[in-house]
Design a protein around this ligand. Sequence first.
Ligand code: BGC
Ligand code: CA
Length: 166
Amino acid sequence: MDTQQVHSKRSSLFLQSIKQNHNEALNVTSCFSFSLSDQLFQKGWEYFHSSFYYISSTEKTWQESRDDCVSRGANLMIIDSQEEQDFTRRFPKRMWIGLTDRAQEGTWRWVDGTLLQRSYWYSGEPNDEWGEEDCAEINYKDVENSWNDMPCDRQIHWICEKKMAP
Ligand code: BGC
Ligand code: CA
């Protein structure tokens, strides 16, 4: 082998090892997401349109509910499609969702920081009753527009969402 051949042999070995590492990384990633979704199915999460949802059986304040979701690798539910809003009607419970105006009264933001666009408030809501209602719940049963604003320190159920795809 001349110097040129040695160089090209070295670079092809180098490339081969990069590819191998890359494939190993891909394998690890796919094994991880497989076992993660597997675990979520087993733990009673509901799968719908590329997200897993957890409906609590106990009741907590909005902040405690949010913390609970975060500790499960999720967050309170963000409703950004008609399908997701319809999906919530399967669970006729009062549940916190990830929507609040406590940073600025009247400016409703989701827990990912985005501004509320399409909303599903029940008629007359949000009414900020007694000037004390800064967190949003799913409340009114069996209606499309089911949201209500409530005092954040009330204890109710909550719904977490873990997105599997962007
Ligand atoms: C009102 C809601 C309010 C709730 C508080 C209801 O009677 O219609 O706007 O958030 O009481 O518990
Ligand atoms: Ca209200």
